[in-house]
Write a protein that binds this ligand. Structure first.
Ligand SMILES: Nc1ncnc2c1ncn2[C@@H]1O[C@H](COP(=O)(O)OP(=O)(O)O)[C@@H](O)[C@H]1O
Ligand SMILES: [Mg+2]
Length: 233
């Protein structure tokens, strides 16, 4: 089963003065390459924490994650390489470097992963063009762009190092409905056409329409949702 990302019994508790919060409580989840997994849940249910655990931005207290047959219990240089090369993140507030151009935002992660090299510029131009960011817009500073443009630049950036996993945290949360739909369609295409393993977490239940697999999250616990009856294997 080497096309599976498997989350096995992971938990994460944050210690706080007001009391400990178990943000992720014994969660099991499988996500497949070429498919879109959507996790819906209210604010505070643990969605971001779960995504950060999958992306190795947080470390679980318990449990483990297997990525396409590889156990990821990484540290040091391996961890940094995993984050930079295997995973692309897309965020609600885009998290672009606003003083840099679209092109610079996309070449930066390539530079961080591999050092400067030939071909990065061309690859960034291609990725942005695929996201509909063309010509002069590629050289515009991110802070001059609309929300939809920023998110498309952010998706191009997530693809910079050709990761097999795309993790999107409320990717439509700061966009109007029509623009949000364009962004979701792009994420779906990355699964269908490029074979990426796409995981979206959101409070927006309308994104469930894009899901091959869906889960509901509440108080740190995850439960499968039955969708598209009969169409999933
Ligand atoms: N770094 C942290 N320190 C303390 N508590 C946290 C931290 N991150 C998240 N939490 C708490 O964990 C719970 C889940 O948060 P989060 O994963 O951000 O949920 P969601 O993304 O669904 O809104 C919340 O109660 C939140 O306050
Ligand atoms: Mg969140």
């Amino acid at each position: 089963m080497h096309d599976l990302l498997e989350v096995k019994d992971i938990s994460k508790t944050f210690k706080a003065k007001a009391g400990d919060v178990t943000a992720v409580d014994n969660v099991n989840l499988s996500a497949r390459k070429g498919e879109v997994t959507v996790i819906v849940g209210p604010s505070g249910s643990g969605k971001t924490t779960l995504l950060y655990l999958i992306g190795s931005l947080e470390e679980p207290d318990e449990g483990g994650i297997e990525v396409f047959g590889e156990d990821i219990c990484l540290s040091g240089a391996d961890l940094i390489q995993f984050r930079r090369k295997r995973v692309g993140f897309v965020f609600q507030f885009f998290n672009l470097i606003t003083a840099l151009t679209a092109l610079e935002n996309v070449t930066l992660p390539m530079d961080l992963a591999d050092g400067s090299s030939r071909g990065q510029h061309e690859r960034a131009v291609e990725l942005l063009a695929r996201m509909g960011i063309d010509g002069r817009l590629q050289k515009a500073k991110a802070n001059k762009m609309s929300g939809g443009e920023k998110q498309r630049v952010a998706i191009a950036r997530a693809l910079a190092n050709d990761p097999d996993i795309i993790l999107a945290d409320e990717p439509t949360g700061n966009l109007d409905t029509a623009t949000g739909k364009v962004v979701v369609d792009i994420l779906v295409e990355l699964a269908r056409r490029d074979g990426k393993c796409v995981i979206i977490v959101t409070h927006d239940e309308s994104i469930l329409e894009a899901a091959d697999w869906a889960y509901h999250m509440q108080d740190g616990r995850l439960e499968g949702i039955d969708i598209k009856e009969g169409s999933s294997p």
